[in-house]
Design a protein around this ligand. Structure first.
Ligand code: RB5
Length: 147
């Protein structure tokens, strides 16, 4: 399943992503926020990422004003590899090389047109594996060493 989340700074972008996903018949769960009122991005990230981390098949798209705060919070949840992207190359290669499972974007950084390109390439690019799996395993080992 694909999980979406945003604070007030990313709310409008999340809504645009939802419209795009609806047009493509891609199913998702909207973890909030559900209005432009001010909310705290860490709590949104925590709620969405706990669900995303339940299965390796899950993915997420999280938005805040910059995309940075919500990505920092997302990466605190074990099993989450969140990438804050504002260019096509990064959105593609974070799937190919990092097996990122969460795309973060800044609603005050990227326009809707670019954001939808990032969503499209992120959702449609697979992990390359090989030498990159070893590096992902090393990241997982860091998580395990912190428990
Ligand atoms: C909220 O004003 C803003 O700080 C937040 O959306 C985000 O940009 C934080 O990184």
């Amino acid at each position: 399943m694909l999980y979406l989340g945003a604070d007030h700074g990313g709310y409008a972008l999340k809504e645009a992503v939802k419209t795009y996903l609806d047009e493509k018949n891609i199913k998702y769960v909207d973890c909030g926020t559900y209005s432009p009122e001010s909310v705290d991005y860490a709590l949104i990230a925590q709620n969405a990422c706990k669900k995303i981390a339940e299965s390796p098949d899950n993915m997420g798209i999280l938005c805040c004003g910059t995309g940075i705060g919500i990505s920092i919070a997302a990466n605190k949840v074990h099993g989450i590899r969140a990438a804050c992207c504002s260019d096509y190359f990064s959105a593609k290669y974070t799937r190919l090389h990092n097996n990122a499972n969460v795309l973060c974007m800044g609603g005050r950084v990227v326009g809707v047109g670019l954001a939808l390109e990032l969503v499209d390439v992120f959702l449609n690019t697979g992990f390359e594996g090989g030498r990159h799996q070893r590096r992902i395993d090393q990241i997982t080992d860091i998580e395990k060493s912190q428990k």
